[in-house]
Design a binder for this molecule. Structure first.
Ligand code: G3P
Length: 220
């Protein structure tokens, strides 16, 4: 089971990577735009901080362009960078070609199980179903994860990992993992929330104040 960070903020990657439990990072053009920084520079810096797969997304919409962009990114960026392509017919062609060259591909913007299946058949290393964006339009995003995992269990020869994306809250993460998703990618805020419980905080406060009293009484 893998936990990925969904961000293009290098300092956020540094923080979560320092916890020792970060398995990879996903980015997309919107996150790169939000960072206000150069795409390749950001990906390069992230790839130095986390040794797991770092998804860098292509922006060409035709297979030839996607393949060219993917190969150029693989040439210029560290070894752990994988190529993210959209789930279209052109994306499938690019996935087939890049994966046949031994390049990891993450097929993104998946909103139904048949898209996930097609991407897996094309040789994707990861498929990224978007949970939150389905919730946003009144569909149950988690049903998509359940359906994909049911199919995956029926066909153990499928090696593609299911990377639950568009995660909006900690419960999403736990639900995805309970359904058997291999990976969940989430914003930094959710990583921090996963570690928090008010009873942990109040428990620490109580232990420390009791210990201070023991020390003051000279019993330590
Ligand atoms: O990186 C892809 C995905 O996680 C985006 O999430 O919140 O923009 O729907 P969101």
């Amino acid at each position: 089971m893998e936990l990925f960070l969904d961000t293009a903020e290098v300092e956020e990657v540094r923080e979560i990577a320092s916890w020792g439990i970060l398995d990879g990072v996903t980015t997309n053009p919107s996150l790169i735009k939000k960072s206000g920084r150069d795409f390749k520079q950001v990906i390069g810096e992230i790839a130095e901080l986390c040794s797991g797969p770092i998804s860098a997304e292509v922006t060409a919409m035709d297979a030839k362009g996607m393949i060219e962009e993917g190969l150029a990114l693989k040439k210029e960026l560290p070894e752990n960078v994988i190529i993210k392509v959209p789930c279209t017919a052109e994306g499938l062609i690019a996935t087939k070609e890049l994966s046949s060259q031994g390049i990891g591909v993450n097929v993104t913007l998946i909103f139904n199980a048949s898209q996930a299946l097609m991407a897996a058949k094309a040789g994707a290393m990861y498929v990224s179903p978007f949970v939150g964006r389905l919730d946003d339009i009144g569909q149950e995003g988690m049903d998509l994860i359940a359906q994909i995992m049911t199919i995956w269990r029926e066909y153990p020869e499928i090696r593609t990992k299911v990377l639950a994306a568009s995660i909006r809250h900690p419960t999403h993460v736990l639900e995805c993992l309970q359904l058997g998703a291999h990976t969940a990618t989430m914003p930094t805020k959710i990583f921090r929330q996963l570690m928090k419980h008010p009873l942990t905080d109040s428990g620490i406060e109580r232990f420390l104040s009791d210990w201070a009293e023991v020390e003051n009484a000279g019993n330590a």
